[in-house]
Design a protein around this ligand. Structure first.
Ligand SMILES: [Zn+2]
Length: 270
C-alpha cells in the first residue's frame, strides 16, 4: 500500500460505509423532506389563503403555537422484522405510517415529526374524540402478534413514552392501544403486551380491586364508555377491554370480577 493509500484508504472505507447505510432509504427520505417543505410553505402563507377571509387588510393574531398531540396509541406491527415495517412505511401505496417504530433489539426509529399527522389509527374513537390520527402519536412495536415483547423493546418504549409525556404534557389516561380505540377492527397490541408495567410507570391506569365493593346499580357498560371505549357494539367493546386489562380471559362477557375491575378503573379514567 503506498503512502497516499495508507492515509486515505480508511477514509474511503468510512465514506463508502456511511454511503451504504444511508443509501437504502435515501429516495424515500427525499420524499419525506419534500412533503415537509410543502407543509412548511403552506404555513408560511401570508395572508392566510382560505375561502372565508372577507376583510382587508389581513390581520394576523400574535398569540398562537403549534397544535400538539394529546394521545399516544400503541400498536404491534404483526410483521416479521423492523426492516419489513420500515419498508411498509416508505411505500406510498400502503398509505400507512407511525411516528415511531421500536425494534426487537430496542432500536428506535423516529420516522415522522411528532407535530405531523401519521396514518396509523384509521377509523377509531376514544371517549368523544374521533379522527385520532390528528391528535395522536403512533408507536409501532416490532412484534408478530403471538410472541412476547422483549425487555429491550419495552425499555426503549418507556423512554419514548416518558419523553412524549413530558414534551406534550400528555395525561396518564391518554396512553392506549390500537384495540382500545378500534374495537372489533383491531386487536393490537396483543394480549402479551405489559400494560400493567406501563401503568406502574405512569402510562395508562391499572386497577386495584382489593376490598372493592361494587354498588348494585353500577352499570359496567356505562363504565366502559366512561373509560373511553366505543360501546356501539357491546361485544367488541368488551373484547378490547379484556385484551388490555384481563388478557387471560378471551370471552366477551362481563363477569363479577370485571365489574370490580371496571368500578376501580372508572374512578381513574373519569
Ligand atoms: Zn395497529
Amino acid at each position: 500500500m503506498n503512502k497516499f493509500l495508507r492515509y486515505t484508504f480508511p477514509l474511503i472505507v468510512v465514506v463508502l460505509m456511511s454511503g451504504c447505510t444511508s443509501h437504502k432509504y435515501a429516495a424515500t427520505n427525499r420524499v419525506y423532506k419534500k412533503q415537509v417543505r410543502s407543509f412548511a410553505k403552506l404555513l408560511r402563507t401570508y395572508p392566510i389563503k382560505d375561502s372565508f377571509a372577507t376583510a382587508t387588510p389581513w390581520v394576523g393574531t400574535t398569540n398562537f403555537s403549534m397544535r400538539r398531540p394529546s394521545l399516544v396509541v400503541i400498536h404491534h406491527t404483526a410483521q416479521k422484522s423492523c426492516d419489513e415495517t420500515l419498508r411498509t412505511f416508505t411505500l406510498p401505496r400502503t398509505a400507512v405510517s407511525s411516528h415511531y417504530v421500536i425494534c426487537r433489539d430496542g432500536t428506535v426509529h423516529h420516522m415522522l415529526h411528532d407535530l405531523l399527522r401519521g396514518h396509523h389509527a384509521g377509523v377509531s374513537k376514544w371517549g368523544g374524540a374521533t379522527d385520532l390520527n390528528s391528535s395522536s402519536i403512533g408507536i409501532e412495536i416490532d412484534n408478530d402478534g403471538s410472541e412476547p415483547f422483549s425487555p429491550d423493546q419495552i425499555g426503549s418504549l418507556l423512554r419514548v413514552l416518558g419523553y412524549l409525556k413530558r414534551a406534550f404534557n400528555i395525561p396518564q389516561a391518554n396512553f392506549v392501544g390500537h384495540a382500545d380505540i378500534a374495537p372489533g377492527r383491531k386487536v393490537d397490541p396483543s394480549r402479551r403486551f405489559p400494560w400493567q408495567e406501563l401503568a406502574r410507570n405512569g402510562f395508562g391506569h391499572w386497577y386495584d380491586t382489593v376490598g372493592v365493593k361494587v354498588p348494585e346499580h353500577f352499570n359496567a357498560l356505562q363504565a366502559l364508555r366512561i373509560v373511553g371505549y366505543n360501546t356501539a357494539n357491546e361485544k367488541n367493546a368488551i373484547q378490547s377491554y379484556k385484551i388490555h386489562f384481563v388478557p387471560q380471559d378471551t370471552t366477551k362477557v362481563i363477569s363479577e370480577a370485571d365489574r370490580k375491575i371496571l368500578y376501580s378503573l372508572v374512578g381513574k379514567y373519569q
